[in-house]
Design a protein around this ligand. Sequence first.
Ligand SMILES: [Zn+2]
Length: 201
Amino acid sequence: MLPEPIHNAAAAFDSLPGVGPRAALRYAYWLMTQPKEVIAKFAKQIEGLASQVTICQICFQWADQSPCSLCRDPGRDQTSLCVVATSQEVRMIEETGVFKGRYHVLGGTLDPLEGRTPETLKIMQLMTRIAEPGTPVREIILALDADIKGDTTALYLRKQLANTPVKITRLARGLPNGAALEYADANTLADALLNRKETKE
Ligand SMILES: [Zn+2]
């Protein structure tokens, strides 16, 4: 019944998180009501994710070039490094405007059940950044979710970093337990950053 391209587009939308088959079909039909240029532009914008985005080879966030604009910015504080799970959190912390240091994106959190072992994250690269002779890094802020995966990752990193002279802090628990940073509003996140606590065993 359904023309194959519409079926295919709906299947593509259906694969997005939080989109069910009905909504997916609605999106496909809505696009069909648009001028051809609008559909082509939409497709091009999505395609740009594959062809125009790269990973910064210093902080590992998504960027349009490597090093990214944050890593290139001489005005950023070199002494503090904020460790986050994904590029999305970099954007959220930047929106709070309270952090002026640099970032390190792990690419996820530890979750052995899903195969997310330390080797699959940019943990070795973090250690290398800190171990570089003459590194200016004095503080590492662990900006991870306040849930089991975030806690497990923070604990692991703390052990790995135990023999380095850097101070390790974690976001204050203004964030509710179990909270994903993704859902925190900018004020809550800014508070959590400003009231961060030094973490100890
Ligand atoms: Zn970067």
